[in-house]
Design a protein around this ligand. Sequence first.
Ligand SMILES: Cc1ncc(COP(=O)(O)O)c(C=O)c1O
Length: 374
Amino acid sequence: MELFDVYSLFDVTPVRAQGCTVWDQKGQEYLDLYGGHAVISVGHSHPRYVAALKEQLDRIGFYSNSVRNPLQEELARRIGEASGYGDYSLFLDNSGAESNENAAKLASFHTGKDRIIAFRRSFHGRTSGAVAMTDNPAIVSPFNAQHKVTFCELGDAAAVEAELARGDVAGVIVEGIQGCGGIHVPSQEFLQDLSRLCKRHGAVLILDEVQSGYGRTGKFFAHQWTGVRPDIITMGKGIANGFPCGGILIAPQFQARKGMLGTTFGGNYLACAAALAVLDIIEQEDLMANALSVGEHIMASLPRSPRIKEVRGKGLMIGIEMAESVAPLRRALLYDNHIFTGVAGQNMIRLLPPLCLTKAQADHFLRTFNKLLV
Ligand SMILES: Cc1ncc(COP(=O)(O)O)c(C=O)c1O
């Protein structure tokens, strides 16, 4: 049997990794500024993380959500403390898409309405509702397209208000910082407008922090730079440093009902052990502060070049928009200089490194990038 051929692959086979470093099967070392797409938050194979998973597996790996799991309760308490959302409740699932799916479902249950407002250039995942809320027709099948979703421009509060005024909107979903759409940071004023408008029209504000959350921008969630408190916050990627895990934080006004949400694997022992180890490491190594300072250093030190159109982002979520296609540059970074980077669209290099990236590693990238630009 062959693999269903949907991924464009780099010709690299990682077999080992540590911190921000990855090695291939020939022993070649790479600097990882991509983090497996923003997933590696506390660094590859962190000893504390590895030990937590091994110890948990020795005790119990899995049981269903029909029994008490104290690790889930501990994780809820710890995420509440770390994020400042201790009065919210936690529902654990398996991925970013599933988190957004659950958020939209909850918004619809709560309001009795069925339309969602999303934004141009958004990405919310691949499952049915999540992909319908994603602004990319190429990945929306006719089946997915049955959902009622309206797209507004990011920043256009008047357009959102006009849609909300029609009275059928369950929720508005917005990324803390748009990731796949090209690192667009919503303004503080716009997120505050969305919060105010959602309250006025009885709609649920959903902040998708799957990529921008979990300390990446220097705050626990990117939207916390704006003072807004959304009704639902969705999480994934860095929450368990590569162990599949997602979750949503739900404001106190939502009433839970037995059977309302559910999942087989969500919140399993291994995912919880991994997620608890991630929180320990973020706190002990002060990784949010590191993400902010190393990110600011990169953004301030990128070369001034007519080939760079704009640099956007916050902390270690950085987009370098070039005046040209970035494919040759990324190939040169990876194959000639052994540096992994991400991409958004044709013209943007996207940096999503582990939050433990050091200034020395950042400087190595900056020197290499500078050399490639001249
Ligand atoms: C903002 C955002 N939301 C949701 C998702 C989907 O997450 P997953 O691939 O874990 O389903 C992604 C993935 O890139 C994302 O960037």
